[in-house]
Write a protein that binds this ligand. Structure first.
Ligand code: BGC
Length: 793
């Protein structure tokens, strides 16, 4: 009997109130248990690159303490490995640590598409490409679940910015939604059967994801066959009864009954069916029953080997490091003197802030790792303040001195922690001015400079060609320092290739004009043109292209041959290691539709393979392309469609470094309906309306005050300002004293919608009270407005 069957039997014994109680968590991290009926509880914890397991009295926004656990490289580095086997190993380690901490479900991986690199959580996501996102997420899930712990795909769906993340409406045409934003989830669901999925905060085309029946039920379950549990992102519920009807099984965290009355009323009025409640309650119970069985099965498991996990984190960090350029200076010659410059060498950036923030078991710094190899035989200068990125004349003078006295400089730059966090987006893609000034001074003092970048997402690199090498170490986790030295000294190769484009300028991107620029709406005017799909289609080269990355050897790719029929093809190429050391590369196959009747990106990734070869060795590498690699989403027929005609299969080492091509013909294609094509990468109102099938919706107003009003917006009313002060006091007490000077806590609190005040009040403030307060705010504001205009009430 499956866990779900057992759960249904248990739920059949429960009262309606007991069933409703199961639909919301018991507290911040656990589900409700009903022991007298045999329903146990399951425990959940963040997060994607390490466990953030908090004890009961900790705060819950990532600023307080959590139990130590291995901090692996964040998702952008894991994505850059293009190595599902390695990522599955990381997943399994996460699973073991979760088990050790008594966690039943790990709240990750996150696989939102990086619509714009300035997204605050870019470091938490895998790629700009749905195939890479989906496959790598599936690998993580399979790894985590191989240890008997559940995983959670998040955040479903179209959650691309942090600004006003709890209510902003992602306006997206159906084809773009399918091809860009849903495909990764679809792949991960089909290739890994995650136990849970987390819905996102935002709205999708006018409806909160937490109550989006088409997404949560029609697409996720009915089309893709997902059979696990859907939980809300933390406080994402906007209307619980609508959520239950839509297929949202579990509200997290528990809201202490805030919505129970509403659910009861909906049942009484018939707007919600008892069946919907039964099904959701059974899924919650099934998750907990499965967790209980797994705990029992692993009771006598071996203790977690944190040394082995640290070693794995080190391997993964090197495998996700991307060598962007190198004139041959790397690997470093150790008989030459080295100056290590940059405070990140002693105060490393190795993860981002927010709910994914892990308390690491240890930290290897680049300074100590280099010291382990070279003793005191290198110079060091901090060059900037690692917290702010600012520099001053004294630090510059010290750095210049160190640089000019050494043969080679390793200059560590990047983004200070406050630049990359959940809760807010970056305002630009530049490095801090202090880093840029230091770079100029160091290059001037010694042009023999290798720049190492610690950042979770693309930055603008106008100076890149002037450095002798640029090595992107991403946010490489707790072992990033030792991994960096492994790579610099050539003991390990930099194994990463970009799973996201590095644009020349952020403003070049077609999403730029509508990214995080409005309090209630994000219009995806760029439609399909995200990342390389934009650069390659519209002839705007990236500074470093998708798929790009160098190793310490070189490869030739050629002799493309195809086998297969129709839209099921395998393209085989010969790959030769033409250098003098063993090394790996990522061979990528892109599909170009030669004459499409609908607008399509110039090419799209269809398959890849990571190969490791000895010097001089040649391997035949087969890349299998399934129908989806040739298809586009046809909105009229709601189906993936392959059009008859020629397709060019392009095989290379990045989206712009194509080394071999082969052309195939699909003779029996599907019927294709005409689709209006935007004339450029940014759709006008008329073009977007045609794609949407209706006029571009007007943005929701921020007044009158409503449950969606954020704490920040209370400033619009005198009474609101008083209330805001009160809320702030309470939340500072809840979150600890750190709120005032912690930008993450600050943004969490400021962008909280009014409804969340009730949901997070531990039952002390009801939604009805919030509604009454909102009414009062609206009345007093209207009165104030009238009196300003000199009108009588
Ligand atoms: C984040 C999720 C996270 C949850 C629990 C939310 O704010 O968006 O990714 O899993 O908090 O910490």
């Amino acid at each position: 009997m499956t866990h779900l069957d057992r759960a249904h039997e248990l739920v059949a014994q429960l009262t309606t109130d007991q069933k409703i109680s199961l639909l919301s968590g018991a507290d911040f991290w656990t589900t409700v248990a009903i022991p007298e009926h045999g329903v146990p509880s399951a425990s959940l914890s963040d997060g994607p690159h390490g466990l953030r397991h908090q004890s009961a009295d900790a705060d819950h926004v990532g600023i307080g303490s959590s139990d130590p656990s291995t901090c692996f490289p964040t998702a952008s580095a894991l994505g850059a490995t293009w190595d599902p086997d390695l990522v599955a190993e990381v997943g399994a380690a996460l699973g073991r640590e979760a088990r050790g901490l008594g966690v039943d479900v790990v709240l990750g991986p996150g696989l939102n598409i990086k619509r714009h690199p300035a997204g605050g959580r870019s470091f938490e996501y895998l790629s700009e490409d749905p195939l890479v996102s989906g496959r790598m997420a599936a690998a993580l899930v399979n790894g985590i679940q191989s240890e008997g712990v559940g995983a959670c795909l998040k955040h479903f769906a179209a959650n691309s910015q942090e600004r006003d993340r709890m209510r902003a409406d992602s306006v997206i045409d159906e084809r773009t939604l399918r091809e860009i934003y849903l495909t990764g989830f679809e792949i991960a669901v089909k290739e890994s059967s995650p136990r849970t999925v987390m819905c996102s905060y935002n709205k999708v085309n006018g409806t909160h994801a937490s109550q989006h029946r088409r997404l949560l039920t029609d697409v996720l379950r009915d089309e893709w066959g997902f059979d696990g549990l859907v939980m809300s992102d933390w406080f994402a519920v906007a209307d619980r009864a609508a959520g239950v009807h839509a297929g949202l099984d579990l509200e997290m965290p528990g809201s202490k009954g805030a919505w129970d009355g509403q659910v009861r009323k909906a049942l009484a009025s018939g707007s919600l069916a008892m069946d919907d409640v039964d099904v959701a309650a059974a899924r919650v119970a099934a998750l907990a029953l499965e967790a209980e069985d797994e705990r029992e099965a692993h009771r006598d498991g071996a203790p977690v080997d944190l040394d082995a996990h640290h070693a794995l984190a080190r391997r993964a960090a090197a495998a996700g490091s991307v060598l962007l350029s190198n004139d041959g200076i790397l690997p470093l010659a150790t008989d030459r003197s080295i100056a290590l410059i940059g405070a990140f060498a002693t105060a490393p950036r190795y993860q981002g802030a927010g709910s994914s923030q892990v308390n690491p078991t240890r930290i290897d710094t680049a300074y100590s790792a280099l010291h382990d190899r070279l003793g005191d035989g290198f110079a060091y200068a901090p060059g900037y303040d690692p917290r702010t990125g600012e520099t001053d004349d004294a630090m510059i003078a010290e750095a210049r001195h160190a640089a000019s006295s050494a043969d080679t400089v390793v200059l560590m730059l990047g983004l200070p922690g406050s630049y990359e966090a959940e809760g807010y987006d970056r305002e630009h893609l530049r490095l801090p001015d202090g880093h840029t000034r230091l770079l100029e001074e160091v290059l001037d003092a010694n042009p023999s400079t290798v720049v190492v970048l610690a950042t979770g997402a693309p930055v603008e690199l106008p100076w890149a060609a002037r450095a002798r090498a640029v090595l992107l170490s991403y946010l490489g986790g707790q072992a990033s320092g030792s991994a960096l030295v492994d790579v610099l000294l050539g003991e390990v190769e930099p194994g990463g290739r970009l799973a996201e484009s590095f644009p020349v300028l952020g403003v070049d991107l077609p999403s730029h004009g509508t990214f995080a620029n409005h309090p209630t709406q994000a219009i995806y005017r760029e439609n399909l043109y995200v990342g390389y799909r934009f650069h390659d289609t519209w002839g705007v080269p990236a500074r470093f292209a998708f798929g790009h990355g160098l190793g310490y050897t070189t490869f030739e790719v050629g002799n493309a041959k195809t086998t297969g029929r129709g839209a099921k093809r395998t393209v085989t190429v010969d790959v030769t290691n033409t250098g003098d050391r063993r090394g790996s590369t990522v061979v990528q196959a892109y599909v170009h539709d030669v004459a499409a009747s609908v607008h399509r990106p110039e090419q799209e990734l269809g398959a890849w393979a990571k190969v490791t070869l000895e010097p001089g060795e040649t391997a035949s590498v087969a890349l299998s392309l399934d129908e989806r690699a040739f298809a586009f989403y046809d909105v009229a027929s709601s189906s993936w469609t392959v059009e008859a005609g020629e397709f060019e299969l392009r095989v290379g080492l990045s989206s712009v470094d194509i080394r071999a091509t082969a052309t195939v013909r699909v003779s029996a294609g599907d019927e294709v309906s005409a689709v209006p094509a935007p004339a450029g990468p940014v759709a006008s109102d008329a073009e977007l309306s045609a794609l949407l099938g209706h006029p571009v919706p007007a943005a929701a107003p921020t007044l009158p005050f409503s449950r969606e009003t954020t704490v920040r917006e209370l400033k619009a009313s005198g009474l609101g300002r008083v209330l805001r002060g009160l809320v702030r006091k309470v939340s500072e007490k809840e979150m600890g004293a750190a709120t005032a000077d912690d930008p993450v806590a600050e943004s969490f609190y400021e962008s909280t919608p009014m409804r969340v005040l009730a949901m997070g009040s531990d039952g002390r403030v009801s939604l009805a009270t919030i509604d009454r307060i909102l009414d009062a705010l609206n009345v007093t504001t209207a009165k104030a407005r009238r009196s300003r205009r000199g009108q009588r009430p």
